[in-house]
Design a protein around this ligand. Structure first.
Ligand SMILES: Nc1ncnc2c1ncn2[C@@H]1O[C@H](COP(=O)(O)OP(=O)(O)O)[C@@H](O)[C@H]1O
Ligand SMILES: O=P(O)(O)OC[C@H](O)CO
Length: 506
């Protein structure tokens, strides 16, 4: 029986492939989980869309599912937190509540040419000082500009104030708090910071960038902190305060209790995202990382991070399974990889839509290199997994160059961390221990923590930190000479991926 005297917090994690709702108790332990996938829409090569209406109905379904599994009523929830896939862009009609087009997903590359044009003689660095980001198709601002220019009549309607822009957090909060009937049009600093339209110092929309990208201010939500009550839910969650919003990678920072400067986490999902807490000042990157928001609790000073975003890690395992059919389930890759001693000399660079950090090369495409007749599917399985750990090593090196912080342990989470062979290889190539916590659903946990802090379920960060418990630790065993030799080979493989997609060579 559930103890109904306890306080509960629900979190919605609206991710790239699925939405889930998790209910946590006051110890930060999971009480119930529900999850549903949504359609991936690929209208053209390089284009990726989601139906925002479908996402909203899947979110409502998982909320209902989690409440039912927990055996709770909505009025027993102290707060609701939101975390979400970042950068994915929705524009909707304020009067009807309907999206004007499918959402353009973060992985979508349709704005590459627009980004090249916007960069002009400054190239990728044009808005880096204000936003911490290189000009790349990854971010929301150019996606919004593309929609305003390509959906007939939309720009005029947007200028008249009839259209709302949002990342997925805004779309969900607006719907949760009433939609056309008084829904709150807000976002938080971590999500706003991924639009390329927010100034990292002022935490407000930057007028010079809005004008350069031709995005009217009338479409934009209000930027708020990551932990405060934005409004009260209506419908099935009637009366529950909607009290946090964080991009999913920042939520994982929060859920992993990376509250001290110099602490870092890496989340291994479709892609991987390594964030290092750099404290209350943004640290500029010269090594291909993003300077990004970590979190902002109410009126407290904001916390910034350096981020290494890797577009394809778990998605390479999916490709190996679905496109090549070499394995039937993601779990099988570990058995296959363990059937051989090493990669047999093979390396796979999964530059399927160019390479993100630390290269930001939209002209790169995937390569398999080092092939000889000796190479078997077991070696390729190893190469698939090693692509994740080597890409992470490159990001960790860039972190050191930019911040001087040498990571001494890496906290990890996400779907790929159940793969022991991969996590051991990760510890080996970094030369530091890799640690997974007992609650590995750190994304939802972070959103729940931020919502619970805003509503008095938890008092402070020290209390949250005390919940964190180690589950597994992998310690490095690889000899340094082997590591250095293999890293050299990996970097040669990466160079071979450059310059393939000639339209994108700027
Ligand atoms: N045992 C495994 N070994 C390696 N990769 C795995 C394994 N199980 C799942 N994955 C990968 O993890 C990813 C799913 O992780 P998840 O954290 O749910 O991702 P997301 O939140 O991005 O959808 C998939 O890309 C899948 O290929
Ligand atoms: O939904 P995920 O876990 O694939 O995360 C996507 C990232 O937020 C993209 O920036």
């Amino acid at each position: 029986m559930t103890d109904h005297a306890e306080k509960y917090v629900a979190a919605i994690d609206q991710g790239t492939t699925s939405s889930r709702c998790i209910i946590f108790n006051q110890d930060g332990a999971i009480v119930a989980v529900d999850q549903r996938e949504h359609r991936q829409i690929f209208p053209k090569p390089g284009w990726v869309e989601h139906d925002a209406t479908e996402i909203w109905s899947k979110v409502q379904a998982v909320v209902a599912g989690a409440i039912a599994k927990a055996g709770l009523r909505a009025d027993q929830l102290s707060a609701l937190g939101i975390t979400n896939q970042r950068e994915t862009t929705v524009l909707w009609d304020r009067a009807t509540g309907k999206p004007v087009h499918n959402a353009i997903v973060w992985q979508d590359t349709r704005t590459s040419a627009l980004c090249n044009e916007l960069g002009g003689s400054d190239g990728q660095d044009r808005f880096r000082e204000q936003t911490g980001l290189p000009l790349a198709s990854y971010f929301s601002g150019p996606k919004a500009a593309w929609l305003l220019d390509n959906v007939p009549g939309l720009r005029a309607r947007a200028e008249r104030g009839e259209i709302a822009f949002g990342t997925i957090d805004s779309w969900l909060i607006w719907n949760l708090t009433g939609g056309t009937d008084g829904g709150q049009h807000v976002t938080d600093v971590t999500n706003a910071g991924r639009t390329m339209l927010m100034n990292l110092e002022t935490l407000q929309w930057d007028p010079s960038i809005l004008s350069a990208m031709n995005v009217p201010e009338a479409v934009l939500p209000e930027i708020r902190s990551s932990s405060e009550v934005y409004g009260t839910a209506v419908g099935q969650l009637s009366g529950v305060p909607v009290a946090s919003a964080l991009g999913d990678q920042q939520a994982a920072v929060f859920g992993q209790a990376c509250y001290d400067v110099g602490t870092a986490k890496n989340t291994y999902g479709t892609g991987s995202f390594l964030l290092l807490n750099t404290g209350n000042r943004p640290v500029p990157s010269k090594s291909g990382l993003l300077t990004t928001m970590g979190y902002k609790i109410g009126t407290e000073a904001p916390v910034y991070c350096l981020e290494g975003s890797i577009a394809i890690t778990g998605a390479l395992v999916q490709w190996f399974r679905d496109q090549l059919g070499i394995i039937r389930s993601a779990d099988e890759i570990e058995t296959l990889a363990a059937s051989v001693e090493d990669n047999g000399g093979a390396y796979i660079v999964p530059a399927f839509s160019g390479l993100f950090a630390p290269y930001w090369r939209s002209d790169a495409r995937g390569v398999v290199t080092g092939l000889t007749r000796y190479v078997t599917k077991g070696h390729l399985a190893r190469a698939v997994l090693e692509a994740t750990s080597w890409q992470t090593r490159e990001v960790v090196d860039a972190m050191y160059q930019d911040s001087g912080v040498q990571i001494t342990t890496l906290k990890v989470d996400g779907g790929m961390t159940k793969n022991n062979l991969l996590m051991q290889h990760q510890a080996d190539v970094l030369g530091v221990p890799v640690i997974r916590p007992k609650v590995s659903e750190t994304t939802c946990l972070g959103a729940a923590y931020a919502a619970g802090l805003a509503t008095g379920v938890w008092n402070d960060l020290d209390e949250l930190k005390s919940h964190w418990q180690k589950d597994v630790e992998w310690t490095p065993t690889m000899e340094a000479s082997v590591r250095d030799r293999e890293y050299h080979s990996w970097r040669k493989a990466v160079e071979k991926s450059f310059g393939w997609h000639e339209d994108d060579v700027s």
